[in-house]
Structure formats: structure tokens, C-alpha cells
Write a protein that binds this ligand. Structure first.
Ligand SMILES: [Zn+2]
Length: 58
């Protein structure tokens, strides 16, 4: 899974359950390069990117 912001491949899965997120079906990923935090969600059969935290760099 590449980062949708910078294309980096160092994305890591993080666990945000303690902060109220439910990531059982849509694991939250954080990019190790730009800091973007996102998850993937299915909308009408299509996968869409749901940005949770914007990237640090612009
Ligand atoms: Zn990135």
C-alpha cells in the first residue's frame, strides 16, 4: 500500500482504538515519510481514501 499523498512505501499500520476509532475493517495507516494518516473505506464497492491527518510537509 503506497501513501496516497507522497507515494512513499514506508506506511505502517497504527492502532487508534484507544482514541475511539474503529479500524477493524479499515486499518489506519501512517506514512513514515510525510506523516499522512489515512484509512481505506469501501463506498459502493469502490475503495476510497479517507484522510485522518494531513501530511506534515506540503
Ligand atoms: Zn506519504
Amino acid at each position: 500500500m503506497k501513501c496516497p499523498h507522497c507515494g512513499g512505501r514506508k506506511a505502517i499500520a497504527i492502532d487508534l482504538h484507544s482514541e475511539g476509532f474503529t479500524a477493524d475493517e479499515n486499518p489506519v495507516k501512517e506514512c513514515g515519510a510525510c506523516g499522512l494518516v489515512w484509512s481505506l473505506k469501501k463506498v459502493k464497492g469502490k475503495t476510497e481514501v479517507d484522510i485522518i491527518k494531513e501530511a506534515k510537509t506540503k
